[in-house]
Write a protein that binds this ligand. Structure first.
Ligand SMILES: Nc1nc2c(c(=O)[nH]1)N[C@H]1C(S)=C(S)[C@@H](COP(=O)(O)OP(=O)(O)OC[C@H]3O[C@@H](n4cnc5c(=O)[nH]c(N)nc54)[C@H](O)[C@@H]3O)O[C@H]1N2
Ligand SMILES: Nc1nc2c(c(=O)[nH]1)N[C@H]1C(S)=C(S)[C@@H](COP(=O)(O)OP(=O)(O)OC[C@H]3O[C@@H](n4cnc5c(=O)[nH]c(N)nc54)[C@H](O)[C@@H]3O)O[C@H]1N2
Ligand SMILES: [Mo]
Length: 900
């Protein structure tokens, strides 16, 4: 504790902070303009100066550490006068007149507090409105450089640059033209930090400053960023990052920060609909619910319970997913329940559960800053998990090592010490070769091998056949580079691995993740801070959807029906079904074969997002009864008999579970739009209509959560009260348990030791041939989210209006393709048309495209091949050829050979 005197009063304060922080803690308001707690203090605006006894001149409070014995005066007449002078000078350059939108900016608040007004002349030509979300008014700039500093220090982008000097100093984006043309990634950090109104959110300029804030969790990816949702007269107007969040630490990406306008989309469905003789008609909730119940009942009675299935939604809450699987098992009487983890990280969950005993991330995002080496494999984090991507970039800029394993030269690859740019589909030989190098060069951790690892001798024998020199040709990576990567990962410890779909969406996806886990086991890179195997999970609640039991082989808490039967039957007061269930891929196969008849699809666009669309659509078309429960008429709606319109997560209460096993609150910020209802209400009401109301007698999400706690032992300690405000990470078995940030430090749930996996390689079914000479990789990009239902209905659509086909410079040159030219991509299964983007990130012979829009309908091209264990589609490797639109029209089908 430090003893200090501030404004004549003695205080005892903890050390380690600045004078400004100490004063803020004491609610002594010191004006400041250039300071933001998220960036390094520079003490440039001099508004925060204070008098410290013994110092010749006033010191800047934001950059001066608090020391014991200090005697500080914060508001002497002399200091206040100098503040006023400073502010008056700045005000004289600012265009006169203020708007409501500026009221929230601290510069305007200080002007008011010091009785000043801006007196400069208006400069309409200084306004840049090019960006869909951000307005830049250069005339309002006060040169605090917070925009440039936060862009660099938080996002790791370098958009804002200072041009010229002295009086001619200007801050402009790196394009030197408009923000829209710059390298801006639209995270909004600069706007959030800007104190003067030079940068402002267009939504606030148009709709006014919020009058109410609600803290909630982002509805997009699995990182689980905490945000503050600003409303004005009950309407969403602005979203800001929660400054105290452990996850995002005062930062958001473009989707969380800005992509909320879909809530008010004109084509949002807000009334239930029933299809009668092919035509949709609006219905009351009562009619729609009894129609849905009757359809399900009819299917069960006619074809048996196992002809019906339910899909939970990775976009909906834990409580809603819990009800969805309870409905399948208890009301329908089948384990036919699944969610989109099937097509995503299902292989990760199985591989990690098999090898380590728990199918989820071993560590937390806070480990990123503790790692000496970060291995990113098959994950494009800066676009798909931008907050994690930014944290990785910052860690690298501060000196951590970075290894990237990806066929594309993604943004993180530019920062990496080593980029292993492998051929798509060759993870197994590459990871085996890394393990081989670690064993051969004796880089493994001896103590770990002795105490924590099983089947070491067998593994040593197996892995010796996988020398980097042997696999280099298959993987397209030089042996020396593989060895260098192995050395770095094994020796610059702790090393943390973060992985994505480049590991899972393959015919050997599960085994690929197992080969990755080997590396962590061999090197002792687990059970320690800054280490572990950490999948970057997809949607906001995909971790939760599966964990709540939306999988045929798993009940709530990831226990098998065999293990959980007794407890569940006791809590549910009903028997669990005996027959094993079908997963979604099996449901579709059975539909095509005529044995599966009805599907309730909650928030999942199977029609657009599943591979080999022609076959998928045929299977969906064979169903007799389909319920679609969504906020929009997605592609699934074509197959539906009834549409149940639900609220978005801004309009309901509940919880999500993030990638790092964190259960976080979702809070209602606005009233449901139109006649839409939360998913949990809808599922409950259908259960009631089917005569099982007693088991679904819930009045609130919290009541549902209490039942979840009763059946999920490792979550029993997680109550709504305890997850205010930051959430808790499971395992958390009791009310007095602090939650778990790191798994496996002393043992595995399966015992003291984990066995290394010995995995043989089977090449992907699709490989380049004269007829189909390219490999198409599919995946995602920053501005659109999956099926695009939400992001395409926001300003993101301007930033990325359509899917693009990325082609290497060499291939584009050889095929004489122009940027923006529309081409047809053809595979053995179908074709899609989309514009070309010539992209230096691509290797020769490889193409990349996203699958967000109905216009391109990319999944018409992807293949029917699946992971051998989980049946996850092989989205990452399809052999294709390219045709120009003219060739396609003329029916010419010339395979174009890539140059080796
Ligand atoms: N902006 C945005 N963010 C998203 C989403 C979105 O649609 N848009 N979707 C969310 C969802 S559901 C998910 S699951 C996550 C997915 O996030 P990621 O896992 O990052 O997803 P992808 O872009 O599909 O693929 C990741 C990388 O795998 C690489 N890859 C392809 N084949 C191979 C291979 O054989 N080996 C290796 N090592 N790498 C390979 C690709 O080049 C790509 O860079 O993102 C979530 N976040
Ligand atoms: N070619 C190719 N295809 C892929 C992939 C790939 O890499 N390549 N990746 C696959 C992966 S990883 C995934 S996860 C899937 C994703 O595919 P989907 O799960 O179909 O995609 P999403 O866009 O995330 O959202 C599904 C639906 O949820 C709705 N929704 C949003 N919030 C709510 C809510 O609160 N309640 C309800 N009921 N509905 C809501 C949305 O409007 C949308 O219609 O795509 C897969 N498809
Ligand atoms: Mo996903």
């Amino acid at each position: 504790m430090l003893r200090v005197t501030i404004n004549g009063r003695a205080h005892e304060l903890p050390g380690g902070g600045t004078i400004l922080q100490a004063c803020q803690a004491l609610t002594i308001d010191i004006p400041h303009l250039c300071h933001d707690p998220r960036i390094r203090p520079v003490g440039a605006c001099r508004l925060c100066v204070v008098r410290v006894q013994g110092e010749l001149r006033p010191v800047t409070a934001c950059s001066t550490p608090l020391r014991t014995g200090m005697v500080i005066e914060t508001h002497t007449a002399e200091i206040e006068q100098s503040r006023r002078v400073n502010l008056r000078l700045l005000a004289s350059r600012q265009p006169a007149g203020t708007t409501d939108a500026l009221a929230g900016k601290s510069f305007q608040q200080y002007l008011r507090a010091y009785g000043l007004e801006s007196t400069g002349s208006p400069q309409p030509e200084a306004v840049d409105s090019s960006h869909p979300y951000i307005q830049f008014d250069r005339a309002r700039c006060i040169y605090c450089y917070r925009c440039a500093r936060i862009c660099e220090e938080l996002q790791g982008q370098f958009v804002w640059r200072v041009w010229n000097r002295g009086d001619r100093t200007r801050i402009l984006p790196d394009s030197q033209t408009t923000l829209r043309e710059s390298s801006c990634v639209s995270c909004g950090a600069c706007v959030d930090s800007c104190p003067s109104g030079a940068l402002d959110d267009k939504s606030v300029l148009a709709l006014g400053t919020p009058d109410h804030w609600t803290r909630t969790t982002c509805p997009y990816c699995g990182v689980g960023c905490e945000m503050l949702v600003g409303t004005r007269a009950g309407r969403l107007v602005q979203i800001k990052p929660a400054l105290d969040s452990h996850v995002n630490k005062g930062h958001l990406c473009v989707k969380g920060r800005y992509a909320f306008e879909f809530v008010y989309a004109k084509d949002r469905v807000t009334e239930p609909m029933i299809r009668e003789n092919g035509a949709w008609k609006t219905a009351s909730w009562e009619e729609a619910i009894s129609f849905a119940a009757a359809g399900l009942r009819r299917a069960v009675e006619t074809h048996g319970a196992d002809s019906v299935g339910v899909l939970g939604s990775a976009r909906a809450t834990n409580e809603e997913n819990y009800l969805a699987q309870k409905f399948a098992r208890l009301v329908l009487g089948t384990h036919n329940v699944d969610c989109c983890a099937r097509v995503c990280h299902g292989p990760t969950a199985v591989a990690m559960k098999r090898m380590l005993g728990t199918g989820a991330a071993t560590n937390s995002f806070d480990d990123i800053e503790q790692a000496r080496t970060i291995l990113v494999c098959g994950s494009n984090a800066t676009e798909n998990h931008p907050i994690v991507g930014a944290r990785i970039k910052q860690a690298r800029l501060r000196g951590a090592n970075l290894l990237v394993i990806d066929p594309r030269r993604i943004e993180l690859a530019h920062y990496a010490n080593i980029h292993l740019q492998l051929r798509p589909g060759t993870n197994i030989p590459l990871f085996n070769a890394l393990a081989c190098a670690i064993v051969e060069e004796e880089l493994y951790d001896e103590a770990t091998v002795r105490e924590r690892i099983a089947e070491w001798d067998e593994f040593q024998k197996f892995i010796s056949a996988w020398a980097p020199e042997k696999v280099a040709g298959t993987c397209g990576v030089e042996a020396g580079t593989i060895r260098a990567a192995a050395r770095l990962y094994a020796t610059a410890r702790p090393a943390m691995c973060l992985h994505g779909l480049g590991m899972t969406e393959h015919s050997q996806g599960t085994e690929g993740v197992m080969a990755l886990v080997n590396l962590a086991l061999l090197t002792g890179n687990f059970g320690k801070p800054g280490s572990g195997i950490n999948p970057l999970r997809g949607q906001n609640n995909v971790q939760g959807s599966a964990h709540m039991g939306c999988e045929p082989n798993n009940l709530t808490g990831f226990v098998s029906p065999g293990q959980g039967r007794e407890l569940f039957e006791q809590v549910w007061k009903a028997p669990l079904p005996r027959n094993p269930g079908l997963n979604l891929m099996q449901m579709l196969d059975a539909a095509a074969a005529g044995t599966f008849k009805a599907l309730w699809a909650i928030g999942y666009d199977v029609a657009l997002s599943h591979p080999n669309s022609h076959a998928t659509r045929k299977a969906l078309g064979a169903l007799e009864f389909v319920i679609v429960q969504d906020i929009f008429r997605n592609e699934m709606t074509q197959f539906a008999s009834v549409f149940l319109p639900v609220t978005s997560s801004f309009e309901k209460e509940g919880t999500f579970m993030s990638s790092e096993r964190r259960v976080q609150r979702v809070r209602k910020a606005i009233e449901p739009i139109g006649n839409s209802r939360p998913d949990w209400v809808v599922i409950r009401d259908v259960a009631r209509a089917m005569g099982r109301g007693e088991a679904f007698d819930f009045q609130s999400p919290e009541e549902i959560w209490e039942e979840v706690r009763a059946v999920w032992k490792a979550g029993a300690g997680i109550s709504y009260r305890r997850i205010e405000p930051h959430g808790l990470q499971w395992p958390c078995p009791a009310e007095d348990h602090p939650g778990t940030t790191m798994l496996h430090s002393r043992s595995f749930p399966t015992g003291a030791k984990a066995a290394l996996a010995r995995i043989e390689f089977e090449a992907a079914a699709e490989s380049p041939s004269p007829e189909f000479p390219f490999i198409l990789i599919t995946g995602r990009t920053l501005y659109q989210f999956n099926a695009g239902t939400m992001t395409l209905r926001t300003g993101n659509a301007q930033l990325r209006p359509n899917d693009l086909l990325d082609v290497s410079e060499a291939d584009a040159q050889e095929l004489r393709l122009q940027d923006g030219q529309k081409v047809r991509v053809c595979s053995r299964y179908g074709h899609a048309e989309l514009p070309v983007r010539i992209n230096p990130a691509m290797s020769r012979g490889e193409l990349f495209a996203s699958f967000a829009t109905v216009e391109s309908f990319l999944n018409q091209v992807t293949s029917p091949h699946r992971d051998r264990v989980t049946l996850t589609p092989e989205y990452k490797v399809t052999a294709v050829c390219l045709e120009t639109i003219e060739q396609a029209r003329e029916g010419v089908r010339e395979g174009v050979k890539p140059v080796p």
